[in-house]
Design a binder for this molecule. Structure first.
Ligand SMILES: [Zn+2]
Length: 362
C-alpha cells in the first residue's frame, strides 16, 4: 500500500469513527429521576476526541486491523456483553456475524442469564436476527451442524472474585481465545463496586459477593497475550480503565459515582484498545465496517434489513432500551430511525470508499 492509499484508509477509519461517535438522533439529556440531576451526554464526544488523539489512529480501524492480524479461521473470540438492555446483544451479534463472514473465527457470546429466560433469548434472537445460528455447547460448534455460521452462547454465572479468577483461567485453558471484545459489559470499579450509567451501585464491594464479574476474565486474557478491545459509552464498561484520566476529566459520574464507595464508575480493568462511541453497539458496527474495508468484502458489514431484524428480535423479547427503559428497537435513547440511518451511513461510506471519481473534459 502506498502512502496515498494509507492516508485514504486512515480517512475512512476517521469517517467511521465519527459516524459511530457522533450522537446524531440521540437524546442528549439523561435525567436521574423526575426533577433529578441532568446528565449531558454530548460530553462523550470529548472523551472520544482525546482517546483518538492518544491512540494516533482511528479507533474502529485500529481494532479491526489488530483483529485481522491476530484472529484466523477456527480461532475463538470471546464477546462479553449483557442481555438486560438493548445496548449489548445487537452489537455482539453483529460482531459475531462479522467475525464469521470475515476471518472465519468462532464467536463465543458471553453474558449472565437464567437458562431459558428472556435474557438468554435476547442473545439467541439477536444472533438469529443477524443471520447467525446460536448453539449452546462446544460439540454443536463442530460437526453436528453442517453450517459454519454458528456462535456459542455461553452463560457466565455470578461469582465471588476468587471464583471468577479461577473460572477465567479454566475458560481460557479450554478455548484459547485470540481476542476478547467487550460490548457494554459493565464491570466493577477499583473498589469492587459495579455501577449503572447514573452512578447507582448494584453491590457493596465485598469480594465474596456473588455478582457478575468480568474484570478477572479480561485481565487473565490480557496476561495471556489475547487482544483485548472494549467498547462503551459511559466508562463503567469493562476495559475502560485504560482511559480513566480522560474519563474523570469529562464525565461527572466517572469522577464521583455519588454512592458511598466514592470510587467513580470507571471499570477497574484496562483493554488494549478502547472505543468510546455513542453506544457500545455503534462501536461494534464501526469495527465491522472497518473489517469489511480491510478485507475488501462489503458483506462483512450487515445490511439495513438485517439491522432492523436484529433490533426488533431483541426488543420483542421484552428487552428495554437502556436509556428510555422501553422495549423499543433502539439503543441508548437514539431514535430507531437514527439507528437505521447509521447502518446506511456506514454501508454507503464503505461502498463509496473503493470508488474513484475521475474529473476530465471530453
Ligand atoms: Zn460508588
Amino acid at each position: 500500500m502506498d502512502e496515498f492509499d494509507k492516508q485514504v484508509l486512515e480517512g475512512f477509519g476517521d469517517t467511521v469513527d465519527r459516524i459511530v461517535a457522533t450522537p446524531s438522533g440521540a437524546s442528549p439529556v439523561l435525567r436521574n429521576g423526575r426533577g433529578g440531576l441532568r446528565h449531558n451526554r454530548y460530553i462523550w464526544m470529548r472523551v472520544y476526541d482525546e482517546t483518538r488523539a492518544r491512540y494516533g489512529r482511528p479507533l474502529t480501524l485500529l481494532a479491526a486491523e489488530r483483529l485481522l492480524e491476530r484472529v484466523g479461521p477456527g480461532d475463538h473470540v470471546l464477546i462479553l456483553t449483557n442481555s438486560h438492555e438493548m445496548d449489548g446483544p445487537p452489537g455482539s451479534a453483529a460482531l459475531a456475524r462479522a467475525l464469521l463472514v470475515g476471518p472465519r473465527a468462532i464467536p463465543v457470546v458471553m453474558a449472565n442469564f437464567q437458562e431459558g429466560s428472556k435474557h438468554e433469548r435476547a442473545l439467541t434472537q439477536s444472533l438469529t436476527g443477524c443471520q447467525v445460528i446460536p448453539v449452546k455447547s462446544r460439540d454443536e460448534l463442530r460437526g453436528s451442524i453442517w453450517t459454519p455460521y454458528t456462535a456459542l452462547v455461553y452463560n457466565w454465572p455470578t461469582m465471588t472474585m476468587g471464583e471468577a479468577a479461577e473460572a477465567s483461567e479454566r475458560l481460557l485453558d479450554e478455548l484459547y481465545p485470540k481476542a476478547v471484545i467487550t460490548v457494554e459489559a459493565t464491570s466493577c470499579n477499583e473498589k469492587g463496586v459495579r455501577h449503572g450509567a447514573l452512578g447507582g451501585p448494584s453491590n457493596r464491594g465485598d469480594p465474596d459477593e456473588r455478582i457478575v464479574r468480568w474484570n478477572q476474565l479480561l485481565d487473565a486474557a490480557r496476561r495471556r497475550g489475547a487482544l483485548t478491545i472494549a467498547t462503551g459509552d459511559n466508562g463503567n464498561e469493562c476495559g475502560f480503565n485504560t482511559i480513566k484520566d480522560i474519563l474523570v476529566r469529562h464525565h461527572p459520574y466517572c469522577r464521583d459515582c455519588g454512592c458511598p464507595c466514592h470510587g467513580g464508575i470507571v471499570s477497574a480493568t484496562g483493554a488494549e484498545i478502547v472505543i468510546p462511541a455513542t453506544s457500545s453497539n455503534w462501536a461494534a458496527y464501526g469495527v465491522e465496517a472497518c473489517m469489511a474495508r480491510l478485507l475488501g468484502n462489503p458483506d462483512v458489514l450487515h445490511d439495513e434489513y438485517t439491522h432492523s431484524r436484529v433490533l426488533v428480535n431483541c426488543a420483542n423479547e421484552g428487552i428495554p432500551d437502556g436509556a428510555t427503559a422501553m422495549a423499543s428497537p433502539s439503543t441508548d435513547g437514539c431514535s430507531r430511525e437514527a439507528d437505521m440511518a447509521l447502518i446506511t451511513q456506514l454501508r454507503q461510506t464503505l461502498a463509496m470508499s473503493v470508488k474513484e471519481i475521475v474529473r476530465e473534459s471530453r
